[in-house]
Design a protein around this ligand. Structure first.
Ligand code: PEP
Length: 255
């Protein structure tokens, strides 16, 4: 199958409230997708819903979890392993989301999760981004540190299997200070690529898929693709209504 040019990921977070609403939402999305679209659609649902949602196989939709533990099994109450994620029918997993980092998840932990996900054959969708911007631009140093720690010591060949998402926390809808601009996304993706290129080489970085996330909506989705230096989007609140999410997907360039 030909590789899709664009990627749109839904992060449903702790939504919707019930399995039947989740089924309704995914059906609504699937119904509105265009055949032969060049956009890959990944729905990251609450993990308890995944085994049911993934029963009906679809060529149009892939499924992802929103977190996992790096250990294979053991005394980790409330956690799920990569094998459990695979068993649930998901092929992707969001790792290092700022809402997990806010609950004390460190970049070292995210790094271990990336390795475990790759070993299980899952595609990690790894989130990185600064919490705030200070006038002295110290956020660049903090972000650099986050990138180095998150992506340290990974097998070079595995990097092309990772999706890197730049999500400035200050632009995410739940804490929004202001929306980020596509130009800011461009600058920061260049910055992140440079750090990764210093770690792994330019050629390796050229093979990585970069996304932008933070209050994306149907009005600005295309401009992030055209001017934001990314080939896809991670969408939170706007992915919770099939109609709005489809508007975002269908606004991707058709070439
Ligand atoms: C997110 O939290 O990953 C996200 C992109 O959320 P929103 O689109 O609601 O800002």
């Amino acid at each position: 199958m030909q590789k899709k040019k664009y990627t749109v990921v839904a992060n449903w977070k702790m939504n919707p409230e019930t399995l039947s609403k989740a089924q309704e939402l995914s059906k609504g999305v699937e119904k509105g997708l265009k055949k032969n679209s060049n956009t890959k659609v990944i729905l990251c649902a609450p993990s308890v819903f995944l085994p049911i949602l993934t029963v009906k196989k679809s060529k149009m939709i892939s499924w992802g979890a929103q977190n996992m533990h790096w250990e294979k099994q053991g005394p980790y109450t409330g956690e799920i392993s990569s094998k459990m994620v695979v068993g649930s029918g998901a092929t992707y997993v969001i790792l290092g989301h700022s809402e997990r980092r806010a609950l004390s998840e460190t970049s070292d932990m995210v790094n271990k999760k990336i390795l475990a996900a790759l070993k299980s054959g899952l595609t990690p969708i790894v989130c990185i981004g600064e919490r705030e911007r200070d006038p002295q631009s110290n956020y660049l140093t903090t972000l650099k540190q986050q990138v180095i720690e998150t992506f340290q010591k990974l097998p070079k060949a595995s990097l092309k299997k990772i999706i890197v998402t730049y999500e400035p926390v200050w632009a995410i809808s739940s804490h929004q200070v202001r929306p980020a601009t596509p130009e800011e996304s461009t600058e920061m993706v260049i910055f992140i690529k440079k750090i990764l290129a210093d770690m792994y080489g330019q050629q390796i970085v050229a093979g990585i898929n970069f996304l932008y996330g933070g209050s994306v909506n149907p009005e600005d989705a295309l401009s992030f693709i055209v001017h934001g230096n990314v080939s896809g989007l991670l969408v939170g609140h706007a992915s919770l209504k099939a109609k709005t999410f489809l508007q975002i997907i269908n606004s991707m360039p058709q070439n």
